[in-house]
Design a protein around this ligand. Structure first.
Ligand SMILES: *[C@@H]1O[C@H](CO)[C@@H](O)[C@H](O)[C@H]1NC(C)=O
Ligand SMILES: *[C@@H]1O[C@H](CO)[C@@H](O)[C@H](O)[C@H]1NC(C)=O
Ligand SMILES: *[C@@H]1O[C@H](CO)[C@@H](O)[C@H](O)[C@H]1NC(C)=O
Length: 478
């Protein structure tokens, strides 16, 4: 009874909420750790797409609930009407609408998604939508089939997701085309002055990709200058000591690192299509990335010789030999920068990907991808609701809409494996070994536990541990 009363009050609130139209979006509301800058989140607010002829009043619209409220891409207030390309919705971050019949979809941020906090019971008429652009390491629950298939719609870095964010770290083609900040002549004179050919700069050391183990081995065979906390062998100049500026687009930082011919560009987690600024920034500066991260990275590179892929080499020693050879051969090195000439960018997937994405980075004429995904979900939900209504009225004429859910191709990152060498060779007390393989498998338990909670119509997500325990006991008794 009390809950019903609260719901009524809340709906009253929703109904009286005036539709205020063109409000600017609060950029400060979205500050994930991934260092997406405010600049990248310039955005249009509620916009009525050319095809939107939705005349319904706010109280007739389906509701989309942002379960991760800190990502709610509107300001001010907690609720807003959005007018998308084909239809309109009410969007809110007010969790009190969770069980309301008009709440059609719940939107989650992958990094924050926790099985023990999931909105339960899961209602049959509600879909779940996942936004996850960050590293796979932030939530391995999503990399298991049982976890990802809880969601009906996804926006992830994978091209197979419903609303792909694959090139999210590449602002534009011009970003790649910018002429090298430091000429090869200058780079060579820096080499003579004692700079290593290769730069490494990481301060986040214990990560699933276990990159330091590889770099440590590489350092046996060639000179690498390492300025970050990980494998540090050189002090940063005083003016760069603040690492918060050292990871950004700070001009002095850029000039400092651009003197290196090669940058180790190693993602913190390995997953198909997971590519970050670690790849694109050195290319922007005119340095050659030595890359590991997405196993399918070659699909997106400007041409077949614009990055060195660590996985193409059998060993760090072989890689070192290859780099030293390039270091001594200017014409071979310059081949890696040919893509700075537009006609040498031959990868159509890259060109079309940049051209066709509907969201923009630093582009006022396009929505940001949070608003874009919200509208994607809104339009899909309105289609589904229309199809369901038709089916209820005339079941013989209109079949029920097919259920839609995500699968492993929407995320599906592999079990973390050692950055170098075989797992059997790693000391039992190794930090990486104790952390990441375990995290991966515990995430599987949590995904399966949540599926069990849902199948039992459980309304208290705190029951997760009991369900995991029960599943383990029944596994052991089989
Ligand atoms: C959404 O996904 C769930 C399972 O993850 C599924 O049971 C349900 O049918 C899907 N809903 C729609 C509308 O496709
Ligand atoms: C996974 O989902 C995609 C659609 O997003 C679909 O095309 C594909 O067939 C599915 N794969 C499997 C194995 O179910
Ligand atoms: C959960 O609820 C659904 C729909 O109300 C019902 O069909 C199903 O039998 C319930 N399952 C359990 C395990 O209680």
């Amino acid at each position: 009874m009390a809950a019903g009363f609260v719901l009524c009050l809340l709906l009253l609130q929703l109904y009286v909420q005036p539709y205020t139209g063109q409000e600017p979006v609060d950029l400060s509301a979205f500050q994930p750790q991934s260092a997406l800058t405010d600049m990248e989140f310039v955005s249009v607010s509620s916009y009525r797409g050319p095809g939107n002829t939705d005349t319904r009043s706010n109280k007739e619209l389906p509701i989309l609930l942002w379960w991760s409220g800190n990502l709610f891409p509107h300001f001010p207030g907690d609720t807003e009407r959005v007018d998308c390309a084909r239809s309109s919705c009410l969007v809110t971050r007010n969790r009190k609408v969770q069980l309301h019949r008009r709440t059609a979809s719940i939107i989650f941020y992958g990094t924050d998604f926790r099985a023990y906090e999931a909105p339960l019971p899961r209602l049959a008429h509600q879909t779940w939508a996942l936004f996850h652009e960050e590293s796979p390491m932030n939530n391995y629950l999503l990399s298991h089939g049982s976890g990802i298939s809880l969601f009906n719609y996804t926006a992830t870095f994978r091209r197979e997701s419903d609303y792909p964010l694959t090139l999210q770290w590449l602002p534009s083609l011009n970003y790649l085309l910018k002429p090298p900040s430091v000429s090869l002549e200058e780079k060579n004179s820096w080499r003579k002055a004692g700079l290593a050919p290769v730069l490494y700069m990481q301060s986040h050391c214990d990560v699933p990709s276990d990159r330091d183990r590889y770099v440590q081995e590489l350092m046996k065979y060639m000179q690498v200058d390492s300025y970050g906390k990980c494998l540090n062998n050189k002090p940063l100049p005083e003016y760069l000591e603040d690492t918060s500026t050292a990871t950004g687009e700070d001009q002095r930082f850029m000039s400092f690192v651009a003197r290196y011919k090669f940058h180790l560009a190693l993602e913190n987690g390995l997953c198909p299509d997971y590519m970050t600024e670690k790849l694109w920034r050195p290319m922007h500066q005119g340095c050659v990335p030595i890359y590991r991260g997405s196993s399918s990275v070659a699909d997106w590179l400007p041409n077949e010789h614009s990055a060195i892929l660590l996985d193409d080499f059998h060993s760090p020693q072989e890689l070192a030999k290859f780099i030293m050879d390039l270091d001594n051969d200017d014409s071979k090195y310059l081949r890696y920068l040919e893509y700075k000439t537009p006609s040498k960018i031959t990868n159509l997937r890259l060109l079309e990907g940049l051209q066709n994405r509907e969201w923009g980075i630093n582009d006022m004429s396009k929505p940001n991808y949070l608003n874009g995904f919200e509208c994607y979900v809104c339009d899909r939900e309105n289609e589904r609701l229309t199809a369901e209504k038709k089916h209820r009225r005339e079941p013989d004429k209109y079949p029920a809409p097919q259920p839609k859910m995500a699968n492993n191709t929407h995320m599906g990152c592999p079990l973390p494996s050692p950055g170098y060498g075989a797992i059997e060779e790693i000391e039992p007390n190794d930090g990486w070994l104790q952390m990441w393989p375990q995290d991966y498998w515990q995430s599987l338990d949590q995904a399966e536990g949540l599926v069990s909670l849902i199948n039992h119509n459980e309304s208290d997500p705190g029951q997760l541990w009991q369900h995991i325990h029960r599943m383990a006991v029944s596994r052991n008794s089989q």
